[in-house]
Design a protein around this ligand. Structure first.
Ligand SMILES: [Zn+2]
Length: 471
């Protein structure tokens, strides 16, 4: 059977929080001799089983689970580490003649494993990084000096005259990027936007997928899911969520390097929904707050947590629709394909037929003979609708939404060379990864220390002037 995908295929399960991904993974693993690899950024951490929604060992039904609950809560675990760990696990599972099943709601985890970073990705993903290998383009200081007398607006107008597509892509005050695009044209004789288009065209032919992949999008109709998510919050409280949240607060208190400035919830376990939302309630518990006030804070926390959970679910769906499905569709013309299937988990009464039985059938077919898989749009009405809505291929870099990072950007006063430095990220994924990067967190810590030093020197100055008055 030449087409067998044992030893090289991958099954990936994605979908919003609270839709039953972990359960489906276990059911599939039992049906196709699989092993589960966790792809949830919070579930990699040890302990905190309630706030991270981990499956219990009884629920695992003997199915091996990997990369689950193995990182110390006070340690930082990056997406790069995850990528390496997951690839090693997949290879080990393939060697055991079993099927790796990657499951989780952390989109950049799933993505880092499924898709190889493109050979030409430096040009296509970040056209402005100074190390882009364009011939004869060095990002030179001389070039900057040549234009030093011109205002940001003048420079931008100049770019717009010669490369309107690229000018459209940059803010006029993003001097460094505008200069860079002008420099690419000056050094290569071709507009920057043409280089990008060309590299994207090359990427379309490139094999970007690491494994033939069967992708399950476990879907529940949003109003129904909301109800289920809200009930889950109540259940989590019953199971002892507040104890875990208080413990987390204590565990992270001394870990300033990891925890970052207070009020910052962007790293590690601090992202667990509930930690921020119940902060005021848990803080008030250890003070002499009245019972009524405490109850108000508790109710507010519950409301906030429900809202945050719903918002998170919306972000996850947006990623699947706007990013994952187009990326999968982009592989269908290549030799290594990612095939997306939607399973309808809206009605839990039909789970066994619509989710479990259908999922198992498709997974078996995938491993047996990928070519004979059913048309994904034919398996249900909702599948047809959701798949028809997806874009055929990923957006061009030239059309990506851009994000500005005020923490890593520098004003002329802050920059060592006196030149303003703006950090822009292309696309939501790059932005999310940036927020987790060492560079960004270093800058964040630096800015916080600076703010503290400024306020304490202010206090000192005040103190000394007062003592002078005493004399
Ligand atoms: Zn930053």
């Amino acid at each position: 059977m030449a087409t067998s995908l044992i030893q090289r295929g991958l099954i990936a399960i994605t979908g919003t929080t609270g839709v039953g991904k972990s359960q489906l993974a276990i059911e599939l693993a039992r049906a196709v001799n699989g092993e589960v690899i966790n792809a949830d950024a919070l579930q990699v951490y040890k302990g905190y089983d309630i706030i991270t929604n981990k499956v219990s060992s009884e629920e695992m039904l003997g199915v091996p689970h990997h990369l689950l609950g193995f990182v110390e809560p006070n340690r930082e675990y990056t997406v790069q580490e995850f990528e390496q760990d997951a690839l090693r696990k997949i290879s080990e599972i393939h060697q055991r003649n079993r099927v790796p099943i990657l499951v989780g709601g952390t989109n950049y985890y799933i993505q880092s494993v499924m898709f190889r970073k493109s050979l030409i990705s430096t040009t296509s993903r970040d056209p402005c990084s100074p190390d882009v290998a364009l011939p004869g383009v060095a990002g030179s200081r001389e070039f900057e000096q040549q234009y030093s007398a011109k205002s940001d607006q003048d420079l931008w107008e100049e770019l717009r005259a010669v490369d309107p597509v690229m000018a459209e892509n940059w803010h006029a005050n993003n001097r460094r990027k505008v200069l860079r695009s002008l420099e690419v044209l000056a050094a290569t004789g071709r507009p920057h936007s043409e280089w990008i288009r060309e590299s994207e065209a090359a990427r379309e032919k490139e094999e970007v997928l690491r494994f033939p992949t069967l992708v399950f999008w476990l879907y529940a109709d949003p109003p129904t899911l909301d109800k289920r998510l809200f009930e889950r919050v109540d259940k989590m409280i019953e199971r002892g969520m507040f104890g875990e949240l208080s413990q987390l607060g204590k565990d992270l208190t001394d870990q300033t390097a990891f925890a970052g400035p207070s009020g910052d919830f962007s790293a590690g376990l601090k992202q667990a929904i509930g930690f921020r939302e119940f902060g005021p309630y848990l803080a008030a518990k250890s003070t002499s707050t009245t019972d009524e006030d405490l109850e108000l804070l508790r109710q507010q926390g519950i409301e906030d947590m429900k809202l945050s959970t719903r918002r998170y679910a919306k972000r996850q769906i947006a990623w699947i629709r706007n990013k994952l499905l187009p990326e999968c569709n982009g592989t269908l013309s290549k030799s290594v394909k990612a095939r997306p299937y939607v399973l309808d988990a809206t009605d839990l009464n039909t789970w066994d037929s619509l989710v479990k039985a259908q999922g198992v059938d498709i997974a078996k077919q995938f491993i047996d003979d990928e070519q004979r898989l059913p048309d994904a749009a034919t398996i249900s009405e909702i599948a047809a609708k959701l798949l028809a809505d997806a874009k055929e291929k990923p957006n061009s870099v030239l059309a990506w939404k851009r994000f500005h990072c005020p923490i890593c950007s520098k004003t002329p006063e802050e920059a060592r060379d006196g030149v303003a430095y703006e950090v822009w990220l292309n696309g939501q994924d790059e932005y999310n990864q940036h927020l987790q990067s060492r560079q960004h967190r270093k800058n964040r810590t630096y800015r916080k220390r600076l703010a503290e030093r400024n306020s304490s020197s202010l206090a000192n100055a005040k103190g000394s002037s007062e003592s002078e008055n005493d004399d």
